[in-house]
Ligand binder design. Structure first.
Ligand SMILES: Nc1ncnc2c1ncn2[C@@H]1O[C@H](COP(=O)(O)OP(=O)(O)OP(=O)(O)O)[C@@H](O)[C@H]1O
Length: 632
């Protein structure tokens, strides 16, 4: 049988001779024959008799480039499917090869051709520029923008030696109920519980306990103890100040005669009321002596941190029996009022400065009995944006204060200056590793100015997240067939950028949320809860693979935040932190990288370095981390 002329068009063209006629036809031969017959011979003759086209003419159809529609088994036209492009952030970019313009790679006149990010080996060997002088002096760029107060290595070594023997909570002069709360509630489930360095130093200092017989006791005990606790991120500072406060509350309660007589009357009332639940009549009973008059207050910068600190305080209070309540914008006005004016009283309040200051403005007696005040994240709360409210609360509490604790992971120079002028007698308790980012946290650098990113930080960020997700997808979790969801924090310098970056990541199939005040509360608190829970987040491996095919990365969760929004959050589940912007100061490096690698865990930081970013600073931070040195 002959092929039809239409079917053979390619064959005809391909074998066309000089005249434009097919060679086979020119030679008077049939094109292809499987079963020669008369009909086919007649067709071939007709073809021969037709005048040969002088030239090829273009089709007047507009859809010549389209392939004929695919048909299903029953002959119907199959539904069109989109061509599969690459997965991940590159999806839709329609490029399989990097579009490199070699002319743009030429260095700018006067530019330093040597990349400070890649000369680490030289620097380590002291072979840098100027005969290694810069390298011997160490961290020139960091020194230039020095933002942290330095602590001498001699002092660090002596502290390290001093705390070595303090290896049990049992050694502290804490009440038995508080010690019980540590093992049975706060650190429940942990084996071989030992106090961390800041707890070894701070707890005895705040209890007034003398641990080191070689050191002389101070002759005069001040009326008010002022202490600065400074220790690396994720090192258990919250417990370091909460345990002594809980202890002090219980001791004060035992000495409180007003409270004792109230409790007596309450017990008598209970007998009188018989089986009726207390909640039904307590409102009508006389006011509790501690109602809206807490003895201890803790200030923290964010509502999320209020909830976190209150949770630890409640873990202690469930066993030791005292009342700890939160005051933050995460609760409505009615709940705030109920917390403060609870008929069962309040002992410890955890609040943001703005809210507590405004409550104290309308009811000045709220702070009239505070004997213990903690300013957690003191470097932020005494900064410009919080300082007016924080200092107004300090001033209100001062007349009754017995213990004033400032707590921070960093001692910025401005905090140091503030303390020197306002609280010159403050006792500084610092740990041997203060200002050092733990060596178990590694820092990687992505040069965004190079191909394939071309200074597109959003793309580089999405690509890094996809790489983390894909890598994680290859490893099964503790149970067969399930994989672990990676929780990643992306840090930006400006609050306005958080939303923009989060939206870009969502467009690239990443489950991302921006941490700022306009994010819906429920979504925000869900995301934070999953980042601060130590429970593994597992998903089915098959679901993950199917979702990845749909250009969705199901095994990652991402928070985009400024470091203030996430300050102090105990993000135990986070192993990866991406520094989208190069932090302005080493203070920000410490806080941002401190969200990973908490309490002995391993972590990884990735910093995206663009064309205009301080590469020298990044290189020096990386090097000091490698050497286990403190940032300056
Ligand atoms: N002695 C201990 N042993 C084991 N884990 C502890 C101990 N003390 C505290 N932790 C845990 O360490 C984690 C970090 O504690 P915490 O949030 O108090 O750190 P932090 O020093 O305040 O950090 P940041 O500077 O980031 O606010 C918490 O999950 C806490 O339960």
């Amino acid at each position: 049988m002959w092929r039809t002329a239409r079917d053979s068009v390619c064959l005809l063209c391909a074998s066309a001779g000089a005249t434009g006629r097919p060679r086979a036809v020119e030679a008077g031969r049939p094109l292809m024959s499987t079963a020669p017959g008369s009909a086919s011979r007649a067709f071939a003759t007709r073809l021969e008799r037709r005048p040969a086209p002088a030239r090829m003419v273009l089709s007047d159809r507009t859809d010549v480039a389209r392939s004929s529609p695919r048909r299903t088994a029953d002959g119907a036209i199959a539904k069109k499917t989109k061509p599969r492009g690459p997965d991940g952030p590159w999806a839709g970019t329609n490029r399989t090869v990097a579009n490199i313009d070699t002319r743009r790679r030429a260095p700018l006149p006067g530019a330093v051709t040597r990349d400070p990010l890649s000369n680490e080996d030289d620097q380590e060997n002291g072979k840098g520029k100027k005969g290694g002088r810069r390298d011997r002096r160490g961290f020139k760029a960091l020194n230039m923008q020095r933002s942290l107060t330095s602590v001498s290595y001699g002092q660090r070594a002596s502290v390290k030696e001093r705390i070595q023997a303090v290896d049990s909570f049992g050694l502290f002069d804490l009440l038995p109920s508080i010690k019980d709360a540590i093992a049975s509630s706060v650190l429940k489930g942990m084996v071989d519980i030992k106090p961390t360095p800041i707890q070894r130093l701070a707890i005895p200092a705040l209890l007034g306990q003398h641990m080191d017989p070689k050191r002389r006791r101070p002759r005069v005990v001040p009326d008010r103890k002022e202490v600065l606790l400074a220790a690396e991120t994720g090192s258990g500072k919250t417990l370091a100040y909460l345990l002594p406060i809980a202890n002090a509350l219980k001791l004060a309660e035992a000495d409180d005669t007003t409270l004792a007589s109230y409790n007596k009357r309450l017990e008598a009332e209970k007998v009188l009321r018989g089986d009726r639940p207390m909640s039904e009549w307590i409102d009508k009973f006389e006011p509790h002596p501690n109602m809206a008059r807490p003895r201890a207050a803790v200030l923290v910068p964010t509502a999320e941190l209020v909830d976190q600190v209150v949770a630890v305080a409640k873990d202690i209070s469930h066993v030791a029996k005292f009342k700890a309540r939160p005051l933050s914008a995460n609760h409505n006005a009615l709940k705030i009022q109920r917390n403060l004016y609870s008929p069962t009283g309040i002992d410890l309040v955890v609040a943001t400065p703005h809210l507590l200051a405004s409550i104290a403005n309308s009811d000045p007696y709220v702070l009239s009995r505070v004997s213990h005040l903690v300013i957690d994240e003191a470097d932020s709360l005494l900064d410009r944006s919080f300082s007016p409210e924080t200092t107004s609360i300090i001033d209100r509490c001062m007349p009754t204060l017995k213990q004033f604790v400032l707590c921070s992971a960093t001692i910025p120079k401005r905090l140091d200056t503030y303390l020197e002028s306002k609280f010159p007698d403050v006792e500084r308790i610092t740990t041997p590793n203060l200002h050092a980012i733990p060596r178990r946290v590694q820092l990687g650098v992505i040069d965004v100015s190079k191909d394939p990113y071309r200074n597109n930080k959003n793309l580089a960020c999405a690509d890094a997240i996809w790489s983390i997700g894909k890598e994680a997808a290859q490893h099964e979790g503790p149970v067969k067939g399930v994989i672990d969801v990676k929780r990643i924090i992306v840090f930006v310098n400006e609050r306005e950028t958080t939303q923009e970056v989060a939206e870009y990541l969502v467009s690239k199939g990443v489950d991302a949320v921006a941490l700022h005040r306009d994010t819906p509360e429920l979504r925000q608190s869900e995301m934070i809860a999953s980042f601060t829970s130590s429970e593994p987040l597992l998903i089915d491996a098959a679901t993950a693979t199917a979702a990845a095919g749909r250009r969705h990365l199901p095994n990652t969760k991402v928070i985009v935040a400024t470091d203030l929004a996430s300050r102090g959050l105990d993000t135990v589940a986070v192993r990866h932190v991406i520094l989208y912007d190069v932090p302005h100061t080493s203070i920000d490096f410490v806080h941002r990288l401190g969200r990973a690698g908490r309490m002995g865990r391993r972590g990884r930081g990735l910093v995206l370095v663009g064309r205009d970013d301080r590469r020298d600073v990044v290189a020096e931070v990386k090097r000091s981390m490698f050497m286990g040195q403190a940032l300056v």
